[in-house]
Design a protein around this ligand. Structure first.
Ligand code: AMP
Length: 394
């Protein structure tokens, strides 16, 4: 188990906290969604209430190692000050004179933010000198940026070589909920994997097949599996070089007694657009020249049946081209079915699935919505995340 922020003696200490303040902004630099800032408040407030001197850091966008006002964290400091109802001081640089002088004059229960760590090209290289310079700002390090925990950068991993460390509340919850689901799930354990390509999800499928009772596969990935079963897929997205692998996965699921659930019917179109004329066909009858863009109504009923007794559910990836409103039904229905499950632990991998849950207004009904898309996928693959691995054990 990793040390958490509550395991540190923080009073009077300068604590460097890596947050994920990579927020969307409009052309004038106004923050259009401050969710990530709000999510970081729990750890920040804990530290302030316990009289720490809080030095916040994050990346924002891709400034590619150069100072660029477009990617400045100044608007984040302003928003943080409003949310915390106190001034969060903004440094003019990352680890220059301004950051050092603000850090050394910080009082107990005060907070500051340094500039975008990616202004320095050494950040993404996990350069030991840069990590050491970052560490010199503080006496303790807390990582609470799950969204970048799969990256070994200076502020997400390297800095922990030079300071006593702990995870914040956000990362702790990710480890507690997703870790338990993978190690010791309440059963039946059902995983729903959607998305475009089998090739992006191979490691997740391989890792989960050893752990789940049922594996629902939807979205573009389905068609490579159909091909492996000898079905015709029309012009549906299909990775011919992954058909053999799909056959092996089907065989592995059968051998392990895992129910692998593929769509039984599909919404198909001839033209890839929201307004295309569509029809529903069974998975054995996808016509030549047509492509699958969503699961059909019988498949949704099948999902409902498979999920009804589930005690643990993990969902990653849309089961159709949900960016097109007309073909978002399957994905929205999955979100709805999960929101209606009674007494199940429901875990939503970040990105598209989280967006569908939010759009449906079901966020409060989920046990956990991961704060990192790429990171949660790597977690589900069973990989060790550098941003968590670097933290001291409790
Ligand atoms: P991923 O990033 O792998 O989770 O894939 C998400 C993408 O998969 C979304 O942009 C969806 O539009 C796409 N997708 C889902 N189902 C299909 C499908 N049947 N055909 C093409 N793309 C799909």
């Amino acid at each position: 188990m990793k040390k958490s922020v509550e395991d540190l003696e923080v009073a009077g200490k300068r604590v460097l906290v890596r947050c994920d303040f990579n927020v969307p902004q409009d052309e004038d630099g106004n923050i259009t969604d401050d969710r990530r800032i709000r999510e970081a408040l729990k750890t920040i407030k804990y530290l302030l209430e316990h009289k720490a001197r809080v030095i916040l850091c994050s990346h924002l966008g891709r400034p590619k190692g150069e100072v660029n006002p477009k990617y400045s964290l100044k608007p984040v400091a302003k928003r943080l000050s409003e949310l915390l109802n106190m001034e969060v001081k903004m440094a003019d640089d990352v680890i220059g004179e301004s950051a050092h002088s603000l850090a050394s004059s910080l009082q107990d229960g005060e907070a500051m933010l340094i500039e975008n760590v990616r202004y320095d090209a050494r950040e993404e290289k996990n350069d030991p000198e840069f990590s050491k310079e970052l560490a010199s700002l503080a006496e303790l390090y807390v990582n609470d940026a799950f969204g970048t925990a799969h990256r070994a950068h200076s502020s997400t991993a390297g800095v922990a070589d030079y300071l006593p460390s702990a995870v914040g509340y956000l990362i702790k919850k990710e480890i507690d909920v997703m870790g338990k689901a993978l190690e010791n799930p309440e059963r039946p354990f059902v995983a729903i994997l959607g998305g475009k390509k089998v090739s992006d999800k191979i490691s997740v499928i391989e890792n989960l097949i050893d752990k789940v009772d049922s594996l629902i596969i939807g979205g573009g990935m389905s068609y490579t599996f159909f091909k492996a079963q000898g079905k015709e897929v029309g012009t549906s997205i299909c990775e011919l070089d992954k058909v053999e692998l799909a056959k092996e996965l089907l065989a592995k699921a059968a051998e392990k007694g895992v129910k692998l659930v593929l769509p039984v019917d599909n919404v198909v179109v001839q033209e890839f657009s929201n307004d295309a004329a569509s029809k529903v066909v069974s998975s054995n009858e996808i016509p030549e020249g047509w492509q699958g863009v969503d699961v059909g109504p019988k498949t949704i009923e099948l999902y409902r049946e498979v999920l009804k007794d589930a005690k643990t559910v993990v969902w990653n990836g849309p089961v159709g081209v949900f960016e097109f409103d007309n073909f978002a039904k399957g994905t929205n229905e999955v979100a709805k079915i999960l929101s209606e499950l009674d007494g199940a632990t429901t875990i939503i991998g970040g990105g598209d699935s989280a967006a569908a849950i939010e759009k449906g207004g079901y966020s409060d009904k989920m046990t956990h919505i991961s704060t990192g898309g790429g990171a949660s996928l790597e977690f589900l693959e069973g990989k060790i995340l550098p941003g968590i691995d670097c933290i001291q054990d409790a």
